[in-house]
Design a protein around this ligand. Sequence first.
Ligand SMILES: [Mg+2]
Length: 342
Amino acid sequence: MGDPRHDAFPGCLIGQCVGDALGFIVEGQLDTVCRRYVDSVLGGAIGSHDPHGRIPDIHRGVFPFGQYSDDSQLAREMLISFRERGAFDPADYAKRIADLFARDAVVGGGRATRDAAARLAAGVPWTESGAPPPEAGNGSAMRAAPIGLMFHRRPAGELVRAASEQSRITHADSRCAGGSVAIAGAVRLAMTRGEIVPRRFLGELSAWVAPVDDTMADALARLADWITLPPERAVSFISRAGLPTGHRDMWVGISPYVVGSVLWALYAFLRSPDDFRTTLTTAVTVGGDVDTTGAMAGAISGARNGLNDIPWGIATRLNDQGAWTLDHLTALAEDCRTLVAA
Ligand SMILES: [Mg+2]
């Protein structure tokens, strides 16, 4: 245990954006497709530390490689709100979510969040704007990492409350709040130097989540038994975690259901807590909702491992429709670090 490394804040935000941008290209695809793609990207010039290496022409629709999506746009927006307000302010953050959607600036946004943004824009207060249960997608967990940064020196109860509040803005289901607490809590734990012991790490997360949601807390506790399984076996347990027996959906790999996707991100991190690239590979090669598993796993691993370990060929290509590139993201994270330290 000890103080976080000096670049935990930018490591977390850039790590999230890199995982998101990598996964965004193959979101919804089969594991075989994702595996081939990740091997070629991380094994080639983009995955190297040479920003001038020749790269293949990779894009999704009109977006060139390096575009990150809603997951990281909304995480970034939370940090912008924090910098402006000097504290986590759910009402201000909710307004910013609504504004981003109103400007049609969100890339790959989910339906639940889009509908909540419309309710906010129509004047519904943030405490009542969230999608009602049983809607339980990962739309609030995928943007929760900054809460772990903001509250890493505060009592754990404050982190749990803030993570639950930020989730409630768009998702009223307690499983979503539980997923948000799990990701924010994982960032906080990952920032603390020292050995990561998966069972202890998951036990702590499960205890933080338990007052918020039983399903997510139970799933986190069970994940400790699946960490030692190889990915091709672990996915069959994790993709079904927290779902009724016999549940069927059209997704291969990991679906956008909050329990499975949060668990997969934690699995990817805890399999290789000191190796950003391996964590990213595990997060994205599983197939399915892999911009989000990449974003969440990248945020947690980046908080622990900092900027050095992040593939520079991806980081230097990060952008949001041409703006908010690496330098801007890094400056934002540094400003927030200064605020938290003050
Ligand atoms: Mg996305």
